[in-house]
Design a protein around this ligand. Sequence first.
Ligand code: ACO
Length: 436
Amino acid sequence: MLHNFVTDKKAELKIDGKTYYLPIIVGSEGEKAVDIRTLRTESGYITMDSGYMNTGSCGSEITYLDGEKGILNYRGYTIKDLADNCTFVEVAYLLVHGSLPTRTELDEFGSLLTSFGMIHEDLIHFFDHFPPNSSPMSILSSMVNSLSNFYAEMKGDPLENIDKMAARLISKIRTIAAFSYRKSLGQPLVYPNHDYSYCANFLNMMFDSPVKPYEINEEIVSALNKLLILHADHEQNCSTSTVRLVGSARVNLYASISAGISALWGPLHGGANEAVIHMLNDIYKTGGNFKKYVERAKNPTDPFRLVGFGHRVYKNYDPRAQIIKEACDKMLKSLGMSDDPLLDIAKELEDVALRDDYFIERNLYPNVDFYSGIIYRAIGIPSNMFTVMFALGRLPGWIAQWKEMWDDPNWRIGRPRQIYVGPKQRPFIPIEVRKE
Ligand code: ACO
C-alpha cells in the first residue's frame, strides 16, 4: 500500500523564512507526489486546488493511466490486451479480485452472476411509479440505492461478503437497466435466462419480444463485451471519486454506487456519449456542415464544445477511443451498416479537428464517448440509455475502488478544506431593525 512507496527524499517548502520538509512518494510506475498531510498542522497553511486538478486522494493498485502517453492498464494489463482477449466478466473479476481468474474461478464467478440475475419481485413494483419519460439514469440510481433494503449483507464487516455483494450488484444492475427500458416502452419484462452469457443475457432482456424472439448475434455480443471492458475503470474520475467519498463516510456499497451513478449522469462526464449522438444528428440534419461546428467550438464567446473531445487527463489520443473506433468499423461492416452517415460525419469531424491549431494547442483528442454511441445505436440501444450502458461497464471499477478504500489503512472520511472568502464576523441584526 501507499506507505511502502514513501521515499527518503523530501521536498522543501519555504514560507515566511521557515522551511518545511515534505515526504516524497514515488508510485510503482514512477508517478511522483509530495505528501502534504502534515503541512497545516506544522505551518497553518492548506493547499488550494479547485477541481482537484493536481491532488492525489489515495494510493491505488487498480488502474494505471498516463494521459500524456495515452496508456491505460487495469491491474497491470493493457486495455488493448484485455479488450482483445477477455470477456467483460473476466475483466470484472480481475478488477474486483486483483488477478485474472483461472478457468475454475471464472466458471464459479459466472455461476454466481447467473444465480443473482433476478431482482426481488417487490422491487419490480418500483418501476410502476416513475412518471413516463423519466431519465433511466435517475431510475438506475434510485433502484441501486433501494437494493440495500433488500440485500442487507452490509451488516457487520462488509468485506466478509464483498464477493457476494459484487456479484449480486454486477448481475442485478443489468436486469434493472433492461427492465427500466422495457417499462419505459410499456413492454412486458423479460427475465434473465440461465442459458445466456452476461452480455447476451442483457441484450435478450432488452430486445426479446413475445411476438418476435431476439436472435443473439455473436458480433454484437463481442462488441458489447469490448465496450463494457473499455469503460470498466478509469482511476479517480468524478464518479469514482464520488463512490469513494460517499463510501468514506462508511455508508453501504449500494448507496455509494448509487451516488456514483448520479455523478456519471452529468453531460461533462458519462452523459457525453448521449450528447455526442445528438450533436452528430444535428450536424447531419442541418446538411452535414461539420466545419461550422468546429468553428463554434473554437469561438470563446460561444459556450458550445465539441462533445466527445477533450479529457481532464488525456493529453493524447484516448486509447479507449482508438479501440472503440476499430470495433465500430468492424461491427457496422458485419451488420451491413457501414454506410452509417453519422459514422462518416464523426470521422470527418475528427479529421478536421486533429489538424486544427486550436485542438492541437490544447491537446484535444476524441475521448471514449466519441464513437461509443455509434455502436450502441447500431445495436438498437436508444440514446437515453447510453449513459446507463456506461454505468454497467463502470460498475466493477466502482466496486473495486470502494473495496480498496474500505480496506485502506490510510482511510479517513473524505473532507476537503476551503478558504473562506465571505463577510468577516459581524453583529447580528434583529429582524425588526433590518432595512427593507
Ligand atoms: N471543445 C472545444 N474546446 C474545448 C473542449 C471541447 N470539447 N474541451 C476543452 N476545450 C478547451 C476549453 O475551452 C479550454 O480552452 P481555453 O484554454 O482557451 O479556455 C481548454 O480546452 C481546456 O479546457 P478545460 O475545460 O479547462 O479542460 P478540463 O480538463 O477542465 O475539461 C472536459 C475536460 C470536461 C472533458 C472538457 O474537455 C469537455 O468539456 N469536453 C466535452 C465534454 C466531453 O466530451 N466529456 C466527456 C469526457 S470523458 C468522460 O468523462 C468519460
